[in-house]
Write a protein that binds this ligand. Structure first.
Ligand code: THU
Length: 159
């Protein structure tokens, strides 16, 4: 028997002003797009802003449905639009924000398992680590790659 430890590194910032100008800009875009989320069932408004290698920023928000599973998270709305329209451009960074009743959530918002899997696919596809910025009142977390958010992930290499 052998035991190994998998470590992940999370950078935490107390305030948006501590981020680089590019990251601040991306996070502001994510915060802004929460306002257009269609979330009448949960009241949980999520926004995602993606910086592509070509410099373009793609935004998305959660789109709910009365048939609940037909809805989609903000991260995948943005990611699939990016991959559909810019199939040759890698995803450099994704910033994610969330608001309840118009107020930024306390704890940094964490993407669901399906969104993690979709982001991991894109990271493998473009062979470029995706930086992830998770927004919250208490702190803003920055992770330098999907391996930190989804260790031991399944990918095409396993097929
Ligand atoms: N949601 C997202 O859009 N992204 C996340 O990271 C977590 C959850 C959405 C799905 C649903 O519309 C609402 O938030 C409540 O789960």
């Amino acid at each position: 028997m052998k035991t190994t430890e998998i470590r992940i590194i999370v950078h935490e910032y107390q305030n948006i002003d501590e981020l680089t100008e590019n990251d601040q800009n991306l996070l502001h875009e994510a915060r802004r797009i929460t306002e257009f989320a269609y979330a009448p069932y949960s009241g949980f408004h999520v926004g995602a802003a993606i910086l592509l290698g070509n410099g373009i920023i793609i935004k998305g928000n959660n789109q709910e449905n009365s048939a609940y599973p037909s809805g989609l998270c903000a991260e995948r709305v943005a990611l699939f639009y990016a991959n559909a329209n810019y199939p040759d451009s890698e995803v450099k960074t994704i910033a994610i924000s969330a608001a309840k009743n118009g107020v930024l959530v306390n704890e940094p918002v964490k993407p669901c398992g399906s969104c993690r899997q979709a982001l991991a696919e894109t990271e493998v596809r473009f062979e470029t680590p995706i930086r992830i910025i998770l927004d919250g009142q208490t702190s803003i977390m920055v992770l330098n790659g999907m391996k930190s958010l989804l260790p031991l992930s399944f990918s095409k290499k396993d097929l």
